[in-house]
Design a protein around this ligand. Structure first.
Ligand code: SAH
Length: 220
């Protein structure tokens, strides 16, 4: 992908990104750091070139393999929640997809580890992170149900695919005081939930209804 050429396209310009950030502000995103990052990350590079012109609409878009890049509002919202208690040093994301959410996080936190189960998406995002010089993102092809124990513990864990219930082992990879943020439920009804680890206890809080692709087992 030739990023220089595509950066030059008018409809993917800085002004278009400004408009998206303004729209997210109107929609209720309050964190200025998050809005600033949205203003700077070229989302059009995370979607197929044929969809470039729609990259700054506040909507989810297909990225192939039956998956989607999350709606910017949802990315902003999840990021805002993850950093509300301060900027976490180490973050694990499960469901790399296009890589956009990981790129947003990487601009704010110390280090992002991200796992994807579909090889083609894993490879595309890895290449894009390299092109964009996002050196604080580590990628892995694998099943996120297992987390990434050797890289933990994490101050925050983010699921961008919805499980029916949180894979138990993930809590063990959460640092003391760390938070796990996930959409939980089936295709009919999902809720975004925050789980905070306090000693041996996990405190759970519901946030709002959401709609994510399902978390699946194994790799392909
Ligand atoms: N964060 C992404 C959202 C992608 S959609 C973005 O910003 O674009 C969710 C992704 O989760 C899909 O790519 C899907 O393949 C992946 N996924 C689903 N189950 C998974 C699992 N068990 N482990 C890792 N990735 C998974």
């Amino acid at each position: 992908m030739d990023t220089r050429r595509r950066d030059g396209i008018g409809m993917t310009s800085q002004r278009t990104r400004e408009r998206l950030a303004a729209r997210l502000g109107d929609a209720g995103i309050r964190d200025v750091h998050v809005l600033n990052v949205i203003r700077h990350i070229p989302r059009h590079l995370f979607v197929d070139e044929a969809l470039s012109s729609r990259a700054y609409e506040d909507t989810a878009l297909p990225i192939g393999h039956g998956q989607t890049i999350s709606q910017p509002f949802v990315v902003a919202r999840m990021t805002e929640i993850l950093i509300r208690r301060g900027l976490p040093e180490r973050v694990l994301e499960i469901g790399t997809g296009s890589g956009y959410q990981a790129a947003v996080l990487a601009a704010l936190v110390g280090r992002v580890h991200t796992i994807e189960r579909i090889r083609a998406l894993h490879e595309r995002s890895r290449q894009l992170f390299r092109q964009l010089g996002l050196g604080n993102i580590r990628t892995r092809l694998g099943d996120g149900h297992d987390g990434w124990a050797s890289a933990g513990p994490f101050n925050a864990i983010l699921l961008t695919a919805a499980p029916l219930s949180i894979p138990e082992g993930l809590f063990a990879q959460l640092a003391e005081g760390g938070e796990l943020l996930a959409p939980v439920g089936d295709s009919e009804a999902q809720e975004l939930r925050v789980y905070r680890r306090e000693g041996e206890r996990v405190i759970e809080e519901g946030v709002e209804p959401v709609s994510f692709v399902p978390m699946r087992a194994g790799t392909e």
